[in-house]
Design a protein around this ligand. Structure first.
Ligand code: ZN
Length: 355
């Protein structure tokens, strides 16, 4: 091989290793807010996972995330004979590494107890070691003292609720009464719990969706079954840790996984109208009108339950323009249920296509 081509090869290698690539996850902003793509439930070698903290950050950058939280178990450290127990280690190792890669790293820990109360992530903390206490209530109190956002993890996890149905126990009610519980996981890895939506609505909790990953993320979430890991979409005023925290406490989130979007209607409705745009009719004949709907996002939308004389269902494929032909007899607003946009325990979003 000529010297020149060896040099070019070397340069290519160096360029790739310096500039790690970030996937573009195409999801729009909401008016006035930036959509931050986040995973608030991640394990490392410092509890029971097999991955070093900096590799978790590389994974998150590659997946196009804006923010990541390390949430190692406080009460469960099975690698302790080989890896020293240090509940702040992942944070300390990752803090600068994340900054260099333009990723917001959230300091967290997982309070890990039997049900009730189950598992909780304390997010935006300053010292995880202070949160490990004999009594779980003391752990909650220590987290709250640090200004933590407390998230109830996987409330319907079958290892703790064999029927998969989440339940509120006295201790959860007590947390809510004190204003100490702030969020609840709707999606945890590939499980989700519809009833969590009711908990969130009744108690003004923030909905989240996270990977809870223990292995290598690209081995778990890969095509063709998965095009992304579960993520929490946070509508923040700017792309900073403080703005992220403010938005989390204010409940401005949705959850995105596979082709499902989950969130309160006040966010889901403007979000879908930022994803799609409906064109004016471009052609008509005696019987029909023709127009197009552009979906500028990575999420396909499955419209069902069309009104009489309109198409019964329409799929707005991701990153595509869909042609729609409407019988001129259709006079009423063109309203559909969006099957994969969930806005309640048993409720999906309704939208209108205004052409
Ligand atoms: Zn966990």
């Amino acid at each position: 091989m000529k010297k020149n081509s060896i040099l070019i090869l070397l340069l290519t290698f160096i360029t790739l290793s310096i500039y790690g690539q970030r996937k573009i996850v195409k999801l729009p902003n909401l008016p006035g807010y930036i959509t931050l793509k986040c995973d608030f439930h991640i394990h490392t070698v410092f509890s029971d996972a097999n991955v070093w903290p900096t590799v978790r950050i590389d994974e998150a950058v590659r997946d196009g995330l804006d923010a990541l939280a390390f949430t190692d178990h406080l009460e469960y450290t099975p690698h302790k004979n080989y890896v020293p127990v240090d509940f702040n280690a992942a944070w300390k190792i990752g803090e600068t590494y994340a900054k260099e890669r333009n990723l917001i790293l959230v300091h967290g820990a997982e309070i890990t107890r039997k049900m009730p109360p189950g598992h909780f992530n304390a997010l935006f903390i300053s010292d995880a070691s202070l949160i490990l206490q004999d009594s779980v209530w003391d752990s909650f109190e220590a987290a709250i003292k640090q200004g933590a956002f407390l998230q109830w993890n996987h409330p319907g996890w079958k290892a703790q609720q064999p029927d998969g149905i989440p339940r509120m126990y006295d201790i959860h009610e007590k947390l809510i009464k004190k204003g100490w519980l702030h969020g609840v996981e709707f999606f945890n890895s590939n499980e989700y719990y519809p009833l969590v939506f009711k908990f969130a609505k009744d108690n003004n909790l923030t909905l989240t969706g996270n990977s809870d990953v223990h292995g290598v993320i690209s081995e778990i979430y890969k095509e063709p079954d998965y095009n992304n890991r579960p993520m929490t979409l946070v509508f923040a005023k700017e792309r900073t840790s403080d703005a992220l925290k403010e938005a989390m406490f204010a409940g401005r989130t949705m959850v995105y996984f596979q082709d499902k979007l989950v969130g309160k209607e006040e966010y889901a409705k403007p979000f879908i109208y930022q994803c799609i745009s409906v064109g004016k009719p471009y052609y008509e004949n005696e019987k029909n009108l023709y127009f197009e709907v552009t979906n500028n996002s990575d999420v396909p939308f499955y419209l069902v339950n069309g009104i009489p004389d309109a198409p019964a269902s329409i799929t707005l494929a991701a990153n595509s323009v869909t042609r729609i032909v409407i019988n001129k007899k259709v006079a009423a607003p063109l309203v559909y249920d969006v099957k994969n946009v969930i806005i309640g325990e048993n409720e999906v979003l309704k939208i209108e296509l205004k052409y």
